[in-house]
Design a protein. Structure first.
Lengths: 774, 133
């Protein structure tokens, strides 16, 4: 690990390196951490390295890039400096490469061609990457070797003798950039761990693109630390919960024994830079990734290869739970050398499907996501294949291409942040936590299913949504105890909160209160009752879903619970008084005066038994004028119409008749303005009232006409009611009449039996019973 | 690959030019380099833009680290359309001067208003952001 003993050791450098370097620090000491206890802990003499680099530098010509714009002047100076180092490194690399056992002349050729290439500050060197022949040549021997000697990363780092067998350690962990520290201003100690840094998985020498201009990227070496299995899972602090379910979902992220694909740097490169340069970097990476067709990372490469614009967020291994499926059919490692030939082409062409793990998402949602991915893929495939430079996207790419500060935030860090965000979405009960999301996608699904129905059959996936349920971890909180101390620590924390306010509930006696307070209290009580009843209602509505999810044995218990809750709801509505019949409607009226109460009653009605519901309806009818008056501002009563009409279909004619009679004989309230306007007028003038009346009439008519065996008394009553209704309807001026929500169709026939022609016409026009021209 | 479409994740905004409006009214324009779970932002090559009327002036500020809770909103700037604005850029001194003048006129108007109200016996309590009671 490249560490500095003191501030003075650190050379002045780009500031961008500093915080990235700091980010590499681990928050916990890991016993198996190479950096701390292994090879990484060895400090190297950077001065030596620097001198060696300087030697290299003299050999390679450094050409200034004319392309850089004015804005990049200052950056360019710095970049030149680094560029020089690159050249040095390049030379050093070439030397080292040659020293190694590479016998392939292609490599040599490739290596030797490098000095010709100019480093372009702010952009990745494209020339070497474009030539697929070169790459193919490189690929072969590179694949053969398990341990490439030097990584591109290390160009700026202290020189290390070519490592033979040690290379399977994570070389990249040692390849830290020079820290940007200033002896004047001072920098935080190298080992300080900033709060909130993602824990270090693999030390990522986060270079800017400018530093990666090394034109001699012979190879990548495997940055695979020996304990690669689930590095993210173990060490990501926010991932403790994640890793539990996730590990079962995926196998080993990488098949063991296969040399890891990319160094973190190159991955960062790929994601940040190469993604913007179709066909640039990736082929070389591909060269090393024969066995990884299936792996998510490799799978990302074809995408990158296709020049995907914008940030790409391949799932880090630890993040797999959310976004990746187990790598499909990873070819065995032995396949590398022989299979590498056609690989590049294959990889380029087939773009192995990267299937993120979206099981937690709704199938509809998943489809949307895949569609988008497809679109993007196609888009960029076209972009890449056609070489279409005219597209506006490429200008954006150009901008990003020239951005030397891109990818300061590593992919790993991005994944870390998104992992935190995803963690927040985990839930044990998605229907509870994420109700609207679930419902929305269910609705979409139903819609699309409805559209599909004629013909397609089960073409689309009709999978049941399975959300990953995180086991609720029960933590028994034990307060901290020290041995030998007297008593316990009084430390208050989230788990052990301390009482801050001593709020004592004092109930006031009735006498003390004034009238207004009483009224207010009563209203508050009503509100509380409404809230409680609403909770019951939501539970009851939820039972259906719970049935589906529950086991057979549990179901009777659920049913009982449900019944019980329905009863309590009804009691709440009607105001249960101990041991008494329900004498007063007062309680119910109070509830009905409140907007939420009305809506709630409308929702509760379907769950009540017929008698209970009829009772509610009767009470409503009894107090209709009052309710109408109270509803003047809210105008919510019409919501009750539909459940009422449904209810009416189940009611016998007796009830209907009595209901109608109730409406007709509404008690005159004391505050009624004049005897000439019976309460029925108010009812008729109200939308809900009129609609209710009409529905009642219609229903009565249905019953009468369908059931010829009704008693004569009933008939009389009915006729009486009808006369009253028609009389009232005729009396009221049309302008005052409300517009009913719905007009039952059989009213014409109904009225025709009781009134003469002239009046019938009048009624018809008033109520607009007849549509169209008579 | 896109993250869940429903989420407001800043990850896809990284390395893009953004305009950030802060709670104290400042407008910052810079490249979003890094974020964290609190939506703390690291802006690079930041420029503080002051708008007065149809004029604006840019003050280069370098690197900004903004605490997430102070951000009102932020949005990506389309680099192609960025120059396509009816606003006129002026020098820093000029815009600062304009801003000062604007503040002054506002203060005076406010003073007049308060005075007029006081004369009529009314007083509007100032909405202090810290005072929530």
């Amino acid at each position: 690990m490249f560490r500095y003993e003191s501030l003075e050791d650190c050379p002045l450098d780009e500031d961008e390196d500093a915080f990235q370097g700091l980010g590499e620090e681990d928050e916990e000491i890991d016993q198996f951490n190479d950096d701390t206890f292994g090879s990484g802990a060895v400090d190297d003499d950077w001065q030596e390295a620097h001198e060696r680099l300087a030697e290299l530098e003299e050999k390679l010509p450094v050409t200034v890039n004319e392309q850089t714009g004015n804005g990049e002047r200052d950056e360019r100076d710095e970049m030149d400096l680094l560029g020089d180092h690159e050249e040095n490194l390049a030379e050093r690399l070439s030397k080292m490469v040659i020293e190694n056992e590479l016998e392939d002349p292609a490599i040599m050729r490739a290596v030797q061609t490098r000095p010709v290439l100019q480093p372009q500050p702010g952009s990745l060197n494209s020339s070497i990457w474009d030539g697929s022949e070169v790459l193919r040549r490189i690929r072969g021997p590179l694949l053969a070797q398990e341990m490439p000697t030097v990584s591109v990363l290390e160009y700026a780092l202290p020189q290390r003798p070519p490592q033979g067998p040690e290379d399977d350690r994570d070389l990249s962990e040692r390849a830290l950039p020079r820290r940007s520290t200033s002896p004047i201003i001072g920098s935080p100690p190298v080992r300080a761990v900033p709060i909130g840094t993602p824990p270090k998985q693999m030390a990522v020498p986060s270079f800017n693109q400018q530093q990666i201009l090394c034109p001699k990227p012979v190879h990548v070496r495997p940055p695979m630390p020996p304990r690669y299995p689930a590095p993210y899972g173990d060490r990501m602090s926010p991932n403790q919960l994640c890793s539990v379910p996730n590990s079962s979902l995926l196998g080993h992220p990488f098949p063991p024994g296969v040399p890891p694909v990319l160094s973190p740097l190159q991955r960062a490169q790929l994601l940040g830079g190469a993604q913007l340069q179709p066909g640039r970097m990736s082929p070389s990476q591909f060269a090393r990734v024969p066995g990884f067709v299936g792996s998510p990372l490799a799978a990302m490469n074809p995408k990158l290869l296709q020049g995907r614009v914008g940030q790409m967020l391949p799932p880090a291994p630890g993040f797999r739970a959310f976004f990746s499926a187990p790598p499909p059919a990873t070819p065995p490692p032995q396949q590398h050398p022989p299979g590498s030939g056609p690989h590049l082409q294959n990889l380029r062409s087939q773009a192995p499907l990267f299937r993120p793990d979206t099981t937690h998402l709704h199938p509809q949602h998943r489809r949307l996501l895949h569609q988008r991915q497809q679109q993007n893929r196609n888009q960029h495939r076209n972009l890449n294949g056609a070489g279409d430079r005219g597209s506006h996207r490429t200008s954006h790419q150009d901008h990003l291409r020239k951005d030397p500060y891109a990818n300061l935030m590593l992919q790993r860090e991005k994944d870390w942040v998104s992992k935190i965000q995803m963690m927040q979405l985990q839930s044990t009960d998605p229907y509870l936590d994420d109700f609207y999301y679930q419902n929305y996608f269910e609705k979409l699904e139903k819609l699309s299913a409805a559209e599909d129905m004629p013909g397609d059959g089960p073409k689309k996936e009709r999978t049941k949504l399975i959300t990953p349920q995180v086991a609720r971890l029960e933590h028994a909180y034990k307060p901290v105890q020290f041995e030998g101390s007297l008593g316990k620590l009084t430390v208050s924390s989230v788990n052990n909160p301390r009482k801050m306010i001593d709020a004592v509930v004092t109930s006031r006696s009735e006498d003390d209160e004034t009238k207004e307070k009483q009224v207010r209290d009563k209203r508050r009580k009503t509100l509380v009752i409404i809230e409680k009843t609403y909770s019951l209602l939501l539970d009851v509505e939820d039972y259906e879903r719970r049935y589906l999810l529950s086991l057979e044995e549990e179901r009777p218990a659920l049913m009982d619970e449900r019944k019980h809750k329905i009863c309590s709801m009804y009691d709440n509505l009607r105001g249960k008084l101990p041991g008494q019949e329900r004498p007063s409607d007062d309680h119910f009226i109070q509830i009905m005066c409140i907007r939420k109460g009305k809506r709630m009653v409308a929702r509760i009605l379907p769950f009540l038994s017929t008698e209970q519901a009829a009772d509610i309806l009767m009470t409503t009818a009894r107090n209709l004028p009052f309710l109408i008056k109270k509803d003047a501002q809210d105008e919510v009563l019409p919501c009750l119409l539909s459940p009422f009409s449904l209810l009416l279909y189940h009611l016998p004619s007796v009830t209907v008749t009595s209901l109608l009679r109730q409406l007709m004989n509404l008690p005159q309230s004391a505050a009624a303005p004049a005897p000439s306007s019976p309460p029925l007028t108010a009812v008729l003038q109200n939308k809900f009232g009129l609609s209710l009346l009409l529905i009642l009439l219609s229903r009565g008519e249905d019953l009468q006409s369908s059931d010829p065996t009704t008693e004569s008394t009933q008939n009389n009553q009915w006729t009486e009611v009808m006369f009253m209704a028609t009389r009232e309807l005729l009396r009221i001026p049309q302008a005052a009449l409300a517009k009913p929500i719905s007009i039952p169709t059989n009213l014409v026939s109904l009225f025709s039996r009781y009134v003469d022609r002239q009046k019938l016409n009048l009624l018809e026009t008033k109520l607009q019973l007849v549509q169209g021209i008579r | 690959m896109n993250y869940m479409p429903g989420t407001a994740s800043l990850i896809e905004d990284i390395d893009k030019k953004h305009l950030v409006l802060l709670r104290d009214g400042r407008t910052l324009i810079g490249f979003l380099r890094s974020i964290d779970q609190f939506a703390n932002l690291v802006l690079h090559q930041t420029v503080e833009r002051i708008h007065v009327g149809t004029k604006y002036g840019d003050i280069p500020r370098g690197i900004f680290v903004v605490r997430g809770e102070n951000v009102v909103l932020l949005g990506e700037i389309d680099l192609e359309k960025e120059s396509d604005t009816p606003l006129q850029q002026v020098s820093i001194e000029e815009i600062l001067e304009e801003q000062r003048v604007e503040q002054q006129t506002k203060l005076e108007a406010e003073k007049l208003k308060v005075q007029a109200l006081k004369d009529r016996g009314l007083s509007i309590p100032r909405a202090d952001t810290l005072d929530e009671y």
